[in-house]
Design a protein around this ligand. Structure first.
Ligand code: NDP
Length: 499
């Protein structure tokens, strides 16, 4: 019996929990107080082989199952997730350090929404191809075929949501999956596998392995894997995509960003500030699409900063299950070190003006003092060349940059190798369309920030990624096309006829 608060996690394949053969384990930790939550078993290469073999065995039958039947199973899984929302959200809060007010209203909900969306899409004919009448007696028809066994690799910031955003379209399209969650937030994965099983998903269709990057690397480079769907840092994504491309595997890459949020001179100040706060401090800044470069007109800067400072008091760190808590710790000790190093660099080397926050911990109850807490931080008078402005910090650190003209703001907003998200605040909707059109990002918002519903395809431009997740376009990443030309004239056009 484990003395830890949560039962250990082994592996899950062939429809059941399986023991790992590596003999190695790692621990997952509650980031709010640095206590150990559970012991997780690491998959050996042989274990990964076994999980992939289970997925391979299940593929033929699952891919041949009519979409409407697959849809019914996935709809049932979505309903089970909603029924168990609070219980799953509790574990997500403990594992990720996000406040329960957040995990109970966003993480499971937005995952279940995507599952339901793809179930409905394929159940309603979303996998149908096209028919083209080429001439009177010849037709071309296309068919969408599943890819095979797919690998899913998740980041730690939205654990169950990422697992669902990958597995939902993957399974709906008739593929099978081996999923590796991040070693920092692994607890959701077995629960999801059990929910799928209870909903009627056949054994081997969804499988779980645990471990760090080496397990991910072995899984994604395995010859049986037809597609890799990866969420994580640009540097890791480049390695994984490089290896996958070399073996002609399909890839979807959901990577990092350093997204610009432009407050236009006519913006409603209060809305722009609410948007900028959501774009920097929600989830303690650990959101890939965060708008961390906040461009403000010079004429508005002082009013913007004054009101922003007044509103910073509404950020409330505290116990994860306290109803008033809306700001958790960072996800791990290593990540705290990284974010702290950026804040130190901003103060000491970039020499940006520290408007709020800075080094040290926010005030939290005594029993949380060992947790991975960081202060929400705002730098102003930033310039484009500062490291804190150029690199993804993935923590609650806002950089305010002032500008004179909108053309200048747009140009500077685009001067980055990343292109995940961008957004503007303005009252001029005609102008908004023109500016949005010029911003080099795959996900854009006008007068809001961060909402990412199932219906909206999301994915990065430039080094922020390849392909999209969600929406109608999202299913295309999980199928391959077959085109068939049918000739009905009764004759074959040939050049090899008698002269
Ligand atoms: P990492 O790139 O460090 O890790 C992502 C996943 O890849 C983890 O499961 C990790 O394992 C695994 N991994 C590490 N090395 C390899 C490898 N060589 N081959 C295969 N898998 C490997 O990212 P983080 O977990 O730190 O996540 C934060 C990043 O994710 C941020 O940059 C953020 O912007 C991005 N992100 C992007 C999203 C998007 O939709 N665009 C959404 C959410 C986050 P382990 O961690 O267990 O070692």
């Amino acid at each position: 019996m484990s003395a830890l608060p949560i039962a250990p996690r082994q592996l899950f394949y062939d429809g059941q929990v399986q023991s790992a053969s590596s003999g190695k384990t790692f621990q997952t930790v509650n980031p709010s107080n640095a206590t150990v939550l559970a012991e997780i078993h690491v998959a050996s290469h042989a274990d990964v082989d076994a999980a992939i073999a289970a997925a391979d065995r299940a593929f033929h039958s699952w891919s041949q199952t009519p979409p409407i039947i697959r849809a019914r199973i996935l709809q049932k899984a979505a309903a089970l997730l909603r029924e168990r929302n609070d219980e799953i959200a509790r574990v997500e809060a403990l594992d990720s350090g996000k406040a329960y007010t957040e995990t109970s209203t966003v993480d499971v909900v937005t995952g279940a929404d995507v599952l339901e969306y793809y179930a409905n899409l394929v159940g309603g004919g979303g996998l149908n191809g096209e028919t083209t009448q080429l001439r009177q007696d010849a037709w071309v028809f296309t068919k969408k075929a599943p890819l095979g066994v797919c690998a899913g690799i998740g980041a730690w910031n939205y654990p169950i949501q990422i697992a669902l955003w990958k597995s939902a379209p993957c399974l709906a399209a008739g593929n099978t999956m081996v999923y590796k969650p991040s070693e920092f937030t692994p607890l959701h994965a077995q629960t999801l596998a059990e929910v799928y099983r209870e909903a009627g998903l056949p054994a081997g269709v969804f499988n779980i392995v645990y471990g760090a990057g080496d397990v991910g690397a072995y899984l994604t480079s395995h010859p049986t894997i037809a597609k890799v769907s990866f969420t994580g840092q640009v540097s890791t994504g480049m390695k994984v995509a490089g290896s996958a491309a070399g073996n002609m595997k399909y890839v979807t890459m959901e990577l990092g960003g350093k997204s610009p949020l432009i407050v236009l001179p006519d913006a409603e100040l209060e809305n722009a500030i609410d948007g900028a706060m959501m774009a920097n401090f929600y989830s303690t800044g650990q959101v890939c699409t965060n708008g961390t470069r906040v461009f403000v007109p010079t004429s508005m800067k002082s009013a913007f900063e004054k009101r922003l400072l007044e509103k910073m008091q509404y950020i409330r760190p505290g116990h994860l299950f306290d109803e008033s808590t809306n700001f958790g710790p960072l996800s791990s000790a290593g990540h705290l070190e990284k974010v702290t190093a950026y804040i130190r660099h901003g103060i000491e080397t970039d020499k940006a003006t520290l408007l709020y926050g800075g080094l040290g911990k926010p005030q939290v109850p005594k029993e949380l003092e060992d947790g991975f807490w960081v202060r929400p931080t705002i730098f102003t008078d930033c310039t484009d060349s500062m490291k804190i402005v150029q690199e993804e910090i993935f923590g609650p650190v806002m950089s305010i940059l002032s500008y004179e003209t909108v053309e200048e703001a747009v140009k500077r907003a685009n001067t980055t190798e990343l292109g995940l998200a961008a957004g503007i605040f303005t009252k001029d909707l005609n102008g908004a369309h023109r500016i949005i059109d010029q911003l080099q990002a795959g996900i854009t918002w006008v007068n809001t920030w961060g909402e990412s519903p199932a219906e909206m395809a999301v994915g990065g431009w430039k080094k922020s990624g390849v392909g999209v997740e969600n929406g109608r376009r999202g299913i295309e990443a999980w199928v391959k096309n077959k085109s068939t030309l049918v000739e009905m004239s009764g004759e074959v056009a040939t050049v090899f006829a008698k002269l």
